[in-house]
Design a protein around this ligand. Structure first.
Ligand code: GLY
Length: 379
């Protein structure tokens, strides 16, 4: 067996990197602890929303998010062509809404910042927002329309990526947890939980919240990634209720999918690996969603769950080489894993194949946690 690259983790990031490598002719094996694409990637909402999610102090991340969104349509086309499955890319845009005076003031500050940064956003009255999306609350005071923020169905995406990766010749081992990575400049290896040790040329850790649990790395190469819990509710669209845009309120967002699901999210909780769905979490979400789209009242509840976002210490991703010989990393994508899949996959594929990094990912190098000076720390 030709063992060029091993990827630890079969979520959207691991599958995406694998897909971009195999289609360029690199042999790739993915080791997934469970079923590929059934972790954080499956539990997310699939929003591709750099403009709505821009943060005052994270402009470098905004640039990466924006560039990844620019690459999304081509990436979706490639995955769909290779898998013969739709990922349900939708470009209606996002409505960010305010339901009282305080929320309207906060929204105004966000809007002014978005305009200063040159974003394509539009200030709307409540009435104008209802013209775009009739089911938003009649009493909404203001809204921002972000037409460039799109979405995919993240569940269809991971299923399509899984098929596309294998259709292009990738090898996927599921229910194959990796216990340790064994760094080595020429033949880094993984050790599986049944004790087998297998060597490759390069290893990529893309295990999301589980990236930190791998043995074998020196302390300065261990990614400082922790889980941040997000509870979610899935409603089922029932006529006459309809929703076409992602709607983001102060306390909850609603992401309508083409198959009739309406995904409502998400709490943000520091609870370790706990994934209990709680009454308080559901109450918070339903109240937050109902305040901005009251028509959800009559919708059936399909499902509830809690996912774990992989957050790094500085809340931006770790993408690139590590101090461990032969070991690279693509993890810590926190709230933006689905959005950042195309750029992470393409830039990691380039780094792995050519040894060349790019200006896009350089600021997000995992080495910033190992070195005194780093682009982000000195910024
Ligand atoms: N990006 C949405 C979330 O993290 O809940």
């Amino acid at each position: 067996m030709d063992r060029d690259v091993f990827i630890v983790g079969g979520g959207t990031i691991g599958l995406g990197i694998g897909f971009e490598l195999v289609r360029r002719g690199t042999s790739v094996t993915i080791f997934e602890r469970d079923t590929a694409g059934r972790g954080t990637s499956y539990q997310a909402a699939g929003m591709l929303a750099p403009d709505a999610e821009i943060e005052f102090e994270e402009l470098e991340l905004y640039g990466l998010n924006r560039e990844s969104l620019r690459r999304w349509p081509d990436f979706a086309d490639r995955v769909e062509a290779a898998s013969d499955q739709s990922v349900d890319y939708r470009s209606e845009g996002t409505l960010i809404v305010a339901d009282d005076r305080d929320a309207a003031e906060a929204l105004k500050r966000l809007y002014e910042f978005q305009r200063e940064q040159g974003l394509n956003v539009e200030w709307l009255t409540g009435e104008e927002a209802r013209e775009i999306e009739p089911f938003v609350a009649p009493r909404l005071s203001a809204a921002v329309f972000a037409p460039s923020d799109h979405q995919v169905d993240n569940r269809r995406l991971v299923d399509a990526l899984r098929v596309a990766f294998q259709a292009e010749g990738g090898t996927l081992h599921e229910n194959a947890p990796v216990e340790a990575v064994v760094p080595d400049a020429n033949a880094p290896a993984v050790r599986t939980t049944d004790g087998e040790r297998v060597a490759a040329r390069q290893i990529v850790v893309a295990a999301g919240v589980w990236s930190r649990s791998l043995d074998g790395l020196e302390p300065d190469a261990v990614p400082p990634v922790r889980p941040v819990k997000g509870q979610m509710i899935q409603l089922r669209r029932k006529r006459p209720f309809d929703l076409q845009h992602v709607v983001r309120g102060p306390e909850a967002y609603l992401a309508p999918k083409s198959d009739g699901r309406v995904v409502v999210g998400a709490t943000s909780e520091e609870m370790g690996f706990d994934t209990t769905v709680t009454a308080g979490g559901l109450y918070e979400l339903l109240e937050g969603a109902w305040e901005v789209v009251p028509g959800i009242q009559e919708l059936p509840v399909d499902d509830t769950w809690a996912g774990l976002r992989p957050a790094s210490r500085d809340h931006v991703p770790l993408v690139g080489r590590t101090t461990a010989p032969g070991v690279l990393m693509a993890t810590g994508h926190y709230r933006h894993g689905v959005l950042l899949t195309p750029i992470t996959a393409e830039e990691m594929a380039r780094l792995i194949r050519t040894g060349e990094t790019s200006d896009w990912i350089e600021p997000f190098s995992p080495l910033r946690f190992s070195e005194e000076e780093s682009p982000l720390r000195s910024a």
